[in-house]
Design a protein around this ligand. Structure first.
Ligand code: HEC
Ligand code: HEC
Length: 309
């Protein structure tokens, strides 16, 4: 005997079982529940994204401080690593390695760094971590070799030595404090090919071509890690500069001012909430260097060098 053939009071269903209204109420309840869940998941996701973008408390004790000290680091490797770090890594990880909000993470407290053996850490730095790598929590790319293909494998091990010292100051050789940084990773002078390209972009003006070629070389070493090799931008990092109306609408003096100052995430003009560091994070760039970079940017701008003032 099936339920359908029973009188309704015996099946436990209410006598006035009214499908359309009951269903509508049920659908509404499910819909509201799902909406509330979506809001909660969205909020949790945003909180997490925000949390990841903030650097951890820089004054927290270093994770390694509790462990017995390891042997002192090699002085030469350490100072080379320090020079490379300030040239290549500091723009994203901060001059002291404590991270920059929305850019590179704090490396002084990084358990990842602490856990990896030297060889594994070196291999990580050589490979980097793309924005869509499942291990990437910030969705900002860690570029291979920090965006400097001219970094040799030896340079990478030197940086690893420096990271060890950042994580455990007890291992830093005392002489490091008084040893000046060696000169590292000087960008090569423009090639004949670069010069020819620059001359074409400058419409045959040899002096302007020289500025553009020099700007191109400096851009490659100081700006590409965030804006990409072709200046077309990187996901969650620097913007596309080849179509930037900001550049097209500013004269050279205004561009110089901008590059010297950078753009803080709190700046009203900042749309990405990621910092554009002053001088792209390379304090060594002179005003002339920056103006050469501006000449280069105008030469590759979609509106053509005519946008230049
Ligand atoms: C263009 C910006 C940028 C530059 C330049 C850069 N990094 Fe990074 N780095 C990042 C970002 C972003 C992350 C975090 C990616 C993620 O969320 O997994 C990261 C992560 C790391 C990590 C892993 C930390 C962890 O706890 O997971 C190490 C180690 C590291 N970087 C070392 C370096 C070194 C050494 C250099 C210089 C040779 C360098 N980075 C240059 C952006 C950069
Ligand atoms: C560490 C990463 C980083 C480096 C290195 C860097 N930038 Fe940027 N830059 C950014 C970010 C992020 C923005 C976008 C900020 C915003 O949302 O307004 C930006 C914005 C800009 C803008 C404004 C574009 C616009 O349309 O608003 C210019 C111009 C620029 N960068 C030029 C440079 C130059 C030239 C260099 C090298 C000297 C450089 N940047 C190096 C991250 C970087």
């Amino acid at each position: 005997m099936t339920n359908a053939s029973l009188p309704s009071h015996m099946t436990g269903l209410p006598r006035q079982w009214c499908w359309p209204h009951e269903l509508a109420a049920l659908a509404l309840a499910i819909g509201m529940g799902a909406a509330a869940l979506a809001v909660m998941v969205g909020a949790a996701y945003m909180m997490r994204a925000l949390q990841i973008r903030l650097t951890p408390n820089p004054n927290a004790p270093l994770p390694i401080a509790a462990l017995p000290p390891e042997p002192e680091l090699d002085l030469d490797s350490f100072v080379h690593g320090r020079a490379i770090f300030s040239t290549v890594c500091a723009m994203c990880h901060g001059p002291d390695g404590r991270g920059i909000r929305g850019l590179g993470r704090d490396l002084t407290h990084s358990l990842f760094v602490c856990d990896q053996r030297d060889s594994a850490l070196a291999s990580f730095i050589r490979k980097g971590r793309t924005a869509n790598d499942p291990l990437n929590l910030t969705k900002v790319e860690m570029p291979p070799r920090g965006g400097r293909p001219d970094m040799t494998d030896e340079n990478v091990s030197q940086v690893v030595t420096y990271l060890r010292g950042l994580q455990d100051p007890r291992r830093v050789p005392a002489a490091a404090a008084t040893t000046p940084n060696p000169v590292v990773l000087v960008p090569p002078p423009p090639s004949q090919d670069d010069l020819a390209k620059a001359l074409a972009a400058a419409g045959g003006d040899a002096e302007l071509a020289e500025y553009i070629a020099n700007g191109s070389r400096l851009f490659a070493s100081s700006c590409t890690s965030c804006h990409g090799r072709d200046a077309k931008g990187m996901p969650n990092l620097g913007k596309d500069l080849t179509v930037s109306t900001f550049i097209a609408e500013r004269d050279d003096d205004q561009m110089l001012e901008f590059l010297k100052r950078g753009r803080d995430p709190n700046d009203p003009l900042n749309t990405s909430k990621v910092a554009m560091p002053p001088k792209g994070g390379n304090p060594a760039l002179s005003e002339d260097d920056l103006l050469d970079i501006v000449a280069f940017l105008r030469s590759i701008h979609a509106r053509g060098p005519a946008a230049a003032k």
